[in-house]
Design a protein around this ligand. Structure first.
Ligand SMILES: Cc1cc2nc3c(=O)[nH]c(=O)nc-3n(C[C@H](O)[C@H](O)[C@H](O)COP(=O)(O)OP(=O)(O)OC[C@H]3O[C@@H](n4cnc5c(N)ncnc54)[C@H](O)[C@@H]3O)c2cc1C
Ligand code: SF4
Ligand code: SF4
Length: 366
């Protein structure tokens, strides 16, 4: 069967919030694009996040996804293929020629059926610009074995807590009613032993918002927050943080280990110059972000550079990749919040549009 070739001004790899924001911005500038998403649905990581409003909105940004999907659906110049990824790429004249391969997916169904759907067969794409919006990878807490992840019952990752927030927390706590909950921050970030010196920027806010939801839904739950310092990257948090400090126990210490105790996981930490042990029903490990899983392969495929932390792109410029016509958008470039990723997607689109302008002009005069 002949390989189909799709011609488009821009191809966007990754259908998370950054990729969708880039597609919308290109369309506002009169440029069509093709979004290629590896998974079965759009939205990336944000599609798994629930609303964390308590008595009021806590500005987690999760509902921005529904707005982006609605805007993408209303723009016929944005084409989408899900269950597809690039397996080959070569610079071709003024643009790039990509080979896309269909992916098998048993994951959750699409939130909204958009034009395109799953890629039916191996295809080629001829594009003037490429935007890599492949996201970051959550740190796997089992790489820090001293915290007892997958060894000590009642020790879970922040993403697992997020998944259970709307359901039952008792299941996470090994059947116990979780009345004593601890968060351990900076798991996998700001960690010299791993060579991950950067702050992941989102995990303090993520944990604090979940702690608020737990306290609002289960009054009387004792929350302990083990931290080096609290990074919330937003002045809007100052008032809320002061309020939380009255309702939760903030302990400035990085625990040494988590062990199995008679009544639940026990956290061992140093405070006041001596070793202390505290028992909880649930211990939540706030994992940070790592470079995208396929960063090495993608940087080879598109001849692009990586930042000093291993993400895609360069330390010196926000969206440049080192390769002509290839741009980086969203958390593939480094840890970013949802709102920052959306804004970064638009910046990448503006750069791609600038690159495409002479090509569009030439085509119009041909
Ligand atoms: C533990 C954790 C907690 C967080 N908490 C918060 C929070 O409370 N508030 C907040 O604002 N942000 C939070 N974030 C950050 C938030 O998830 C990101 O800002 C957001 O997901 C970034 O969007 P993105 O589009 O860059 O990447 P993603 O959401 O990761 O989307 C990338 C997309 O690209 C696709 N893809 C990857 N590789 C390929 C490929 N080769 N081909 C095709 N498609 C591909 C993926 O399937 C995915 O759909 C958190 C992140 C983590 C890890
Ligand atoms: S920003 Fe977050 S907390 Fe606020 S309404 Fe949207 S999803 Fe809910
Ligand atoms: S956001 Fe908070 S938990 Fe995450 S790495 Fe930075 S300081 Fe640590």
């Amino acid at each position: 069967m002949a390989v189909k070739t799709i011609k488009t001004p821009a191809v966007i790899i990754g259908g998370g919030v950054a990729g969708l924001a880039a597609a919308i911005d290109l369309s506002r500038r009169g440029l069509s694009s093709l979004v290629v998403e590896r998974g079965p649905r759009l939205g990336g990581r944000v599609a798994d996040f629930c609303c964390k409003a308590t008595d009021s909105c806590v500005r987690c940004g999760a509902c921005r996804l529904a707005d982006l999907v609605r805007r993408v659906a209303a723009r016929p110049e944005i084409a989408i293929y899900t269950s597809a990824k690039p397996v080959a790429a070569e610079a071709d004249g003024d643009g790039w020629r990509l080979t896309l391969e269909p992916q098998r997916n048993n994951g959750p169904a699409p939130v909204v059926e958009l034009a395109g759907g799953p890629l039916p067969r191996r295809s080629q794409v001829q594009a003037g610009a490429v935007i890599l919006a492949v996201g970051a990878t959550p740190f796997d807490p089992s790489a820090k074995s001293r915290f007892g992840y997958r060894r000590v019952p009642g020790v879970v990752s922040a993403l697992e807590l997020e998944g259970a927030l709307e359901h039952s927390l008792a299941e996470l706590a090994g059947g116990r009613d979780p009345r004593r909950v601890a968060f351990i921050q900076c798991v996998g970030s700001r960690d010299e032993s791993l060579g991950h010196l950067y702050c992941s920027r989102v995990c303090c806010g993520f944990a604090l918002r979940m702690a608020r939801v737990i306290q609002a839904r289960r009054p009387g739950t004792e929350i302990t927050f083990f931290h080096m310092d609290v990074q919330t990257y937003g002045r809007a948090w100052a008032g809320e943080l002061a309020e939380m400090r009255e309702q939760m126990n903030f302990v400035r210490a990085m625990p040494g280990e988590v062990t199995a105790g008679p009544g639940g996981p026990q956290v061992v930490y140093a405070a006041g110059g001596r070793s202390q042990t505290a028992e909880f029903d649930l211990v939540v490990l706030s994992q940070g972000m790592r470079p995208p899983v396929g960063a090495a392969a993608l940087s080879q495929l598109f001849a692009c550079t990586r930042t000093s932390d291993g993400f895609l792109g360069s330390d010196a410029e926000p969206v440049a990749s080192g390769a002509a016509g290839v741009f980086i958008a969203g958390s593939a470039r480094g840890p970013m919040s949802i709102v920052e990723s959306i804004e970064h997607g638009a910046v990448a689109a503006a750069a791609a549009a600038g690159h495409l302008q002479p090509l569009v002009r030439e085509a119009a005069h041909a």
